[in-house]
Design a protein around this ligand. Structure first.
Ligand code: ATP
Length: 461
């Protein structure tokens, strides 16, 4: 336990020190559950989004992309069930008023519980077991009864009364925009069931206890797909989607032993099936992505509440039906944490210990760093800078002439740069090309400048 806590601390510290992730509103003392992505963090985040986006909208011809407005008609959140039931069970420590999320605390002591259980059932479990749960702040076991707390965040957009009446909600989940645009996509494209819609969008949740760095935040971004199938033709497609999502993580370098499928024990009444992909975070295995077989619930609800006919008409048979939906949903911050945890390693290279992020080259914030061997030799600096400029036209490259070469390698190792190119005297005087050093092995090869781009692009494919 101590070891894993230590790993999380090391990751948080590396993320801050090297400009991946900062606490939100840091200079004002920080705000719980909010984080800002720094210069290298935003590159990694964008690379993750880009790989996800390509997997769904570029490599597949049965998916369509979408970017819907965050604010939506307030009735949307009534139809989706969020106004009535988007809540987590909350209890307060009677000694220090620290709030805890009851289902998660019960789970931590090995009791099967989740937020979808009836309030009374959770309360009973909590009463019977709260002597085994300690307040994370003061250690007390004296808690108030468990009660439901709605997580939706309200705003006053379009309300000029100044009284906060008629709240418009910030999105509790990003996927609602997909349901709202199902008909628009069908009417404006050649989409035919089965097909999917993919979207990456922001969501906001008044999480009771944001914790574990990017794992549980109050502002998040979700990458969602909704795949529309004919009623009762869900099973085979659901299995395919599950496997595709698992393979996607592995193809981008996550170690298979750190991933597993876990089936939900308690299903909401309309769901046919629900699985999570769990990742072995520094705090242990926990939900990374949800994959849900949701029947026709979402479109039926929006049809009822909006009065708009959301039936799909099969263009070949004329059959009319409400498609069933297979959903995948993952938080980008949680995904970022999984990839950075998996890549984080400490090893020894050339007799020196180092921290290295073994990120897939596709995800690395910087693909190549270019160095002149010495800073005080203008001919080396000039040549290296020209190579840097040339490579920058096709990939994200960094130029560094600061400090000894060993230090420069260490800096790049820590941010996961897969290759370092060095211009030395052999480059200039003997026309022997540049050296390319591999992040993971430390091995160096010499490559002629004219072959540099093809060498690097091949290595990164
Ligand atoms: P949890 O049980 O952890 O609260 P959930 O089951 O409510 O999650 P969903 O509503 O299904 O999660 O959201 C889909 C995905 O969005 C999750 O698998 C997770 O990756 C991400 N996610 C949800 N809530 C948060 C959060 N507060 N911070 C970061 N990511 C989140």
């Amino acid at each position: 336990m101590e070891k894993t806590e230590n790993k999380m601390e090391k990751i948080v510290s590396l993320c801050k020190r090297r400009g991946f992730v900062f606490q939100g509103s840091d200079i004002y003392g920080g705000m719980a559950g909010l984080y800002d992505f720094g210069p290298y963090g935003v590159e990694l985040l964008n690379n993750l989004k880009s790989e996800w986006w390509k997997a769904h909208t570029q490599y597949r011809d049965d998916y369509y992309g979408l970017d819907s407005a965050m604010f939506k008609d307030p009735k949307v959140w009534v139809a989706s069930g969020h106004v009535g039931g988007f809540s987590d069970p909350l209890s307060e420590c009677k000694k220090c008023n620290t709030r805890i999320r009851v289902d998660k605390e019960l789970k931590n002591i090995g009791i099967s519980a989740d937020e979808k259980m009836p309030e009374s059932e959770l309360q009973e479990l909590f009463e019977a077991n709260k002597n085994k749960i300690s307040c994370p702040k003061c250690g007390s076991h004296d808690f108030s009864p468990s009660r439901s707390f709605n997580l939706l965040v309200k705003s006053n957009l379009g309300d000029f009364t100044g009284e906060g009446k008629d709240p418009v909600y910030l999105p509790g989940e990003a996927c609602q925009g997909i349901y709202l645009n199902f008909k628009n996509v069908v009417d404006s494209t050649r989409a035919k069931v089965p097909f999917g819609i993919a979207q990456i969008g922001k969501a906001f949740r008044n999480e009771i206890s944001p914790r574990n760095f990017l794992f549980r935040t109050r502002e998040l971004e979700q990458a969602d797909t909704q795949y529309f199938v004919k009623p009762n033709e869900n099973k085979e497609e659901y299995e395919k989607i599950k496997q595709d999502r698992m393979n996607w993580y592995i193809s981008l370098g996550i170690k298979p032993e750190n991933l597993k499928f876990v089936q939900h024990e308690n299903l909401v009444f309309y769901a046919k099936d629900a699985w999570d992909i769990e990742y072995n975070f520094p705090t242990g295995f926990d939900e990374l992505e949800g994959i849900h077989d949701r029947s026709d619930y979402d479109l039926t609800q929006h049809m009822k509440h909006s009065g708009t006919d959301l039936n799909y008409t099969d263009p070949y048979t004329g059959e009319k039906y409400i498609p069933w939906i297979l959903e995948t949903s993952v938080g980008m911050g949680r995904m970022f944490l999984a990839f950075i945890s998996d890549a984080y390693s400490e090893d020894s290279l050339g007799g020196e210990t180092r921290v290295v992020l073994k990120l897939s080259p596709k995800l690395a914030p910087i693909k190549v760093a270019v160095f002149p061997l010495l800073k005080n030799k203008p001919e080396l600096v000039e040549r290296a800078y020209a190579i840097y400029k040339e490579l920058s036209k096709i990939m994200k490259v960094e130029f560094d002439d600061n400090g000894n070469i060993g230090k420069r390698y260490r800096r790049q190792d820590e941010i996961g740069t897969p290759f370092c190119v060095t211009v030395d005297f052999e480059t200039l005087e003997k026309n022997e090309g540049v050296t390319i050093r591999d992040r993971d092995t430390g091995e160096q090869v010499r490559v002629q400048e004219k072959d540099l781009i093809s060498y690097l692009t091949q290595k990164m494919a």
